[in-house]
Design a protein around this ligand. Structure first.
Ligand code: ATP
Ligand code: MG
Length: 655
């Protein structure tokens, strides 16, 4: 853990105001309205959260305490209350016109489509929940999901929530070993999977990985495997263990009373992306998570009755949990789920989905936006995306040039961009513009949401002055915060609560990001503190140097790391991928070094620039600088690489 704070070198002065007609009808339509909510939260946080929980969730039993923080860092919320996430997402929409509103639009990669109204989704979830009960799954039994992006993934999640069985969704692109580790760690009793899914024009098998994960009794807690038929490829079924979804689920009753869950009953376990090391099994609980997914979705996307919301994440990540499934459905919104990805045969796949389903809110990741920039605006320009009104981004810091491109080319220079900073651990978005209220600046996630006491601090927890870099921390608990690391409360305390130790003994949540706050109070994430580069005593974040590189027209994507340097402490090594049609040579290298020198100063000029076709990323699309650091120093890549997307990238980078 580095000691000093971080220096900021990037200058970005552009400001974009919310469109007047959006602000006029927005739920939070001005900075005054935002400040009023934030002030309410500040003056009495418990009254604030209590009010929102009563107004926004259905309760079988009202809670009698809002927050118990008597044993920090372990919080409990809404004690004494009973609620159920699937009731909040489904049953409560069935009384009025929403019953026949489309809840879920699913688009398969080959172009097949399925739609569910709220009434239909409710029935499907009840059948699945009854099937789980028939398999002996009850309250507290962990169910693992290893699924393609098919409606049954969302249905299974909601069915688990309905009967009080926590789920653990494991991204369908992970290997059998990664799945096995997570099944063992969670002591899963049931695995729900599919024969396969469609990905980049191929039927990709999934079930064999489940078989391999369970081979030789490696995960003895697993009693059954429930298999959705999707691709219809050959699929071995183990007698007595494996069952087909359609054979078990379709005949069940569509009536299934929901289990009244205690607020703090475990809702799900989900592992972090593994950008910085071994993934952590993050535990979220029922009421607090539900409230936070609900509120953040409503605030950030200014959701309206006729919106069509599409989040491109996989349900295997927290973004998929909170903003494909739970946040939208809890609000009675229409949510889109897409099985496929842009691919050589269909580079405009995303834009086609937007055009076909008249998507109005689009939420994706910087890695995707940079890839679209690389292939040029000619692709999106072929589609009608006039229905869009709000764009969102999440997952990594977004470089200002990518932000501008997103706003101009995808949003027609009309849609506000909400850059949402959050983590698996935080359950929902923490820092983000509100589209009808907050003026935005490219590259800044702007201001904390009401109730979120985010701050930039030093290691003693002292707030840092404007424009000084520091640690991005949260001073007060919030309902959606993770409760513990599954099976390892000590790791929870150590990973998040022990780096920053204020003299007054108060508790600050800190999960690894460095940031600064400008004179307007806007937050600028500068990268992971583990990745900070120390050049001649200057501590530089990765994001700013990378953004300077990306602002050069030849550069598509950049990752910078430090490597030991006798004179300077550390030298800067940049790994760069180029726009289509550009080739990396000495002249371009000199030009890029000069460009960074000009944009942010000579101190940030890379010593070495290495051009490559691709960068090492996690399966969720984040750059793994830890691996590049080892390569730049000429060391063997060690530590956990199980979450790496494409191992062949490593071999390319080694030469
Ligand atoms: P691990 O914790 O296992 O290393 P991870 O941190 O990548 O993995 P996630 O919880 O998926 O796992 O990602 C959260 C992190 O993603 C944040 O801590 C931050 O570094 C980055 N991030 C997410 N959204 C943004 C954003 N809008 N701007 C900047 N960074 C972001
Ligand atoms: Mg993390």
């Amino acid at each position: 853990m580095p000691e000093a704070t971080i220096e900021s070198v990037l200058q970005e002065g552009r400001v974009f105001h919310p469109p007047a007609e959006l602000a006029a009808s927005a739920r939070i339509g001005s900075m005054e309205a935002y400040r009023a909510l934030a002030a309410e939260a500040e003056s009495d946080p418990e009254a604030f959260w209590g009010r929102l929980a009563r107004e926004h969730l259905h309760w079988f039993e009202p809670f009698d305490t809002v927050l118990d923080w008597s044993q920090p860092p372990f919080a409990t919320w809404f004690g004494g209350g009973r609620t159920n996430l699937s009731v909040n997402c489904l049953d409560r929409h069935l009384d009025g016109p929403r019953a026949d509103k489309t809840a879920l639009i699913w688009e398969g990669e080959p172009g097949d489509t399925r739609r569910f109204t709220y009434r239909e989704l409710h029935a499907a979830v009840c059948r699945a929940a009854n099937a789980l009960r028939a398999l002996g799954i009850g309250k507290g039994d962990l169910v693992a999901l290893y699924m393609p992006m098919v409606p049954e993934a969302a249905i299974a999640m909601l069915a688990c929530a309905r009967i009080g069985a926590p789920h653990s969704v494991v991204f369908g692109g992970f290997s059998a070993e990664a799945l096995r580790d997570r099944l063992i760690d969670g002591q899963a009793k049931l695995v729900i999977t599919a024969d396969g899914g469609f990905r980049k024009d191929k039927a990709v098998a999934l079930k064999p990985a489940v078989d391999a994960a369970l081979a030789d009794g490696a995960a003895p807690s697993v009693e059954h495997v429930l298999v959705v038929r999707r691709t219809e490829q050959d699929c071995a079924m183990a007698e007595g263990r494996d069952l087909w979804w359609h054979e078990l689920v379709d005949g069940q009753s569509a009536d299934c009373p929901a289990e009244p869950m205690e607020s703090e009953d475990r809702l799900f376990v989900l592992y972090t992306s593994g950008s910085t090391g071994k993934p952590k099994g993050v535990v979220h609980t029922t009421a607090g998570y539900n409230l936070w997914a609900h509120l953040t979705f409503q605030w950030i996307f200014d959701i309206r009755e006729d919106d069509v919301h599409w989040c491109t994440a996989d349900v295997g990540w927290i973004t998929g949990h909170s903003y494909i499934v739970y946040g939208p459905l809890s609000n009675g919104a229409t949510t889109v789920m897409y099985e496929g990805a842009p691919r050589p045969s269909k580079p405009g796949a995303f834009w086609e989905v937007i055009q076909k389903h008249r998507v109005s809110i689009f939420y994706t990741a910087p890695t995707a936006i940079r890839a679209f920039m690389k292939s040029g605006r000619e692709v999106p320009d072929q589609y009608d995306m006039g229905t869009l009104r709000i764009l969102g981004t999440v997952g990594e810091p977004i470089n200002p040039e990518a932000w501008m491109w997103y706003r101009d080319v995808i949003g027609g220079d009309r849609c506000p961009v909400v850059d949402t900073w959050w983590q698996t651990e935080t359950g929902g978005v923490m820092i983000s513009p509100l589209p009808g209220a907050t003026p935005t600046k490219p590259g800044s996630c702007t201001l904390p949401l009401p109730g979120i006491a985010a701050d930039i601090v030093d290691l003693e927890g002292r707030s840092q002055p404007a424009d000084a870099g520091g640690y991005l921390a949260v001073r007060r608990p919030w309902p959606g915060m993770m409760r513990t690391v599954h099976g390892d409360p000590e790791r929870f305390r150590k990973s998040y609560w022990e780096h920053i130790r204020p003299a007054d003994g108060s508790w600050l949540y800190f999960a690894g990001d460095g940031a600064r706050r400008d004179a307007d109070g806007y937050f600028w994430v500068m990268g992971r503190v583990d990745d900070v580069i120390n050049v001649s005593g200057h501590r530089l974040g990765t994001m700013e140097i990378e953004s300077a590189l990306v602002s050069h027209p030849a550069v598509a994507e950049a990752a910078v790391v430090g490597r030991p340097d006798e004179l300077k402490g550390e030298g800067i090594v940049a790994f760069v991928t180029l726009e289509a049609g550009r080739s990396g040579d000495d002249a371009l290298m000199a030009e890029l070094r000069g460009h960074v020198g000009q944009e942010i100063g000579p101190i940030a000029r890379p010593d070495v620039i290495r051009f490559s076709d691709a960068l090492p990323k996690t399966r969720s699309g984040k750059i793994m600088r830890r691996i590049l650091r080892a390569l730049a120093a000429g060391e063997e890549v060690s530590g956990d690489t199980s979450t790496l997307e494409d191992r062949s990238v490593l071999d390319q980078l080694r030469v």
